[in-house]
Design a binder for this molecule. Sequence first.
Ligand code: COI
Length: 354
Amino acid sequence: MQLTIEKAKTLKAKPTDESKLGFGNIFTDHMLTVVYSPEEGWHDAKIEPYHAFQMDPAGMVLHYGQTIFEGLKAYRCKDGKIRLFRPEQNFMRMNRSAERLCIPQIDVDFMVDALKKLVELEQDWVPSTPGTSLYIRPTIIASDPHLGVRASNHYIFYIILSPVGAYYATGLDPVPIYVEDNYVRAVRGGTGAAKTAANYAASLLAGEEAKKLGYSQVLWLDGVEKKYVEEVGSMNIFFRFNDEVTTPALVGSILPGITRMSVLQLAQDMGYKTTERRISIEEVFDRYDKGELLEVFGTGTAAVISPVGELKWKDRVIKIGDGTTGELSQKLYDTLTGIQYGELPDNHGWITIL
Ligand code: COI
């Protein structure tokens, strides 16, 4: 497949104060689009000026949510280079999500290559203030104008770019989290392991209710027994019980995070015993009572490493650590971002340099 490039005639003003970027508010001058039809497969790959889509009101994505997305970042480094973190993993995961949502597979190598060209064109948009990056959002939407429930025949793949700061306004300061005991996010056999809009839509009401109680995020329990910890929605969750660093096993209803996978490797490199297993919420509170729960943190592309300072479950509230970032969370944050920003050796071959 050929990639054509049409450059924007006028460029937008870039943000002047990178400390105010926030997350996902600003978009760059160009985007990448590729379209799919049953006759031609994926074709017509273009980098073109950022623009709004014209979509038929009957477009299937608007009715039945047949859509998937990804999230990764480009980092501006002190050596003047721009680095991507494990981009092939994102497109491989996108293909796993595509399979679950009946969306045709994409060519991973082509997409990595096209993404590199897009980021190269937009390199002046990669912010340079510590803690900032260029967030990359690949997406596929179903575009048939049709109201019967079935998989679409036509799709649009696109990538947009957004210069971002920290996902949480609190940065690396610990966040309070509400353990959701009423609503559920996903069930085994459902779409929980796919990066698809429905999982996020299903999480909104619980998130709003938790926010009213002063909690920034919801920790989801399994959808059947509401007994086992699953994930936060915007990030995977980790617990440090003494020297065991553990995260819920990927049982089909949890997003297989690329940061999650990387943190398991880094914690192992640091000499911790890492496990992926069923973790009941009772265990978390019991081990807190025994003094064995030393740290809780979330991991994600957007969230990076986000320490959790408080957990509320039913009528119990526990405060983890002393209210500051834990030792392991800090070490993992420093190591992960050190690799991403090219300041530490890339021992696992995770980095693609533009
Ligand atoms: C990411 O970390 O890239 C995500 O997709 C999470 C998103 C909900 C902000």
